[in-house]
Write a protein that binds this ligand. Sequence first.
Ligand code: SF4
Length: 316
Amino acid sequence: MYKTLFGPVASRRLGRSLGVDLVPYKVCSYNCIYCQLGETTDLTIDRKTYQPTRLIYNEIMDFLKTSDSSRETDIISLAGSGEPTLAKNCGQVIRWIRDITPIPMAVLTNGSMLWREEVREDLISADIVLPSIDAVTDEVFQRINRPAPALSIEKILDGIEKFSKIFNGRLFPEVMVIEGFNDHDGEIKKIIQYLRKLNPDRVHLNVVERPGTDKDVKSPRADRMKEIASMFPMEIPVDIVGKSPHIFTPGDRKNIEEKILSHLARRPAVPGDLAAGLGVSPEVITNALGELVKQDKIIETPDRTDNYYYLKRRLS
Ligand code: SF4
């Protein structure tokens, strides 16, 4: 039984994810109304080392060496019992993990600490960063995220934007859409205007799946979610994150690879088309494409706007 690791679990956005939990329950800079972990008991912006770095390192090494599941892990994620960037050692942990395994590294963060330069530097080595941006106006921010008093929305948005300018990995901002809070056209338009500045790789529109700290919180109906997604400009790919998590078994993985090959036998495609067509998360598609490239079955060809994938024998 590990103290700092959990999973791999089926993540709706990332595939099979090994979680690394750097902070104890429930240390966070927000107390979101939709939080499925319950009320924040330590609402703080103070950074501390909560778990010894050596312990995390040993547990990850042990998992990679001894667990059969490590072969089926799509991604290692800093996530868990609170806000991972409140852990002072998160940068060191990210760099270590990058050094010891080729499995990509993601950070699920509320983004509230990125106004600090040291936090931006800590996250710079991650492969994927998924910051939450549920609001851009102070009133909506206070109602949804109920932040620590020292935080302001201006400071946070400025920090996330600064990070987006220096980060070379993939940026997947997430917007949790909540009925009656941030689902009206006014706030959504302002969120989109802000997201344009980040030049994100994809935006995830998330929906409340289980009761949060406020039991009455719910997401809009599916048709309104589609309307909201359609408000995004072409240059920002957007996914509505589905309600049902899917457990990926080795059989599922094989099945997805076969479906990709069958699709590419008919025409080349970009990852977004494949994700939409096969109804799985973009991350699962990206990992399957990487595997097929390694197996020399397909070829990746950068185009003006995206990477196209071709079946190898079609080109030869
Ligand atoms: S930022 Fe995440 S962990 Fe913190 S309260 Fe919000 S949902 Fe919960």
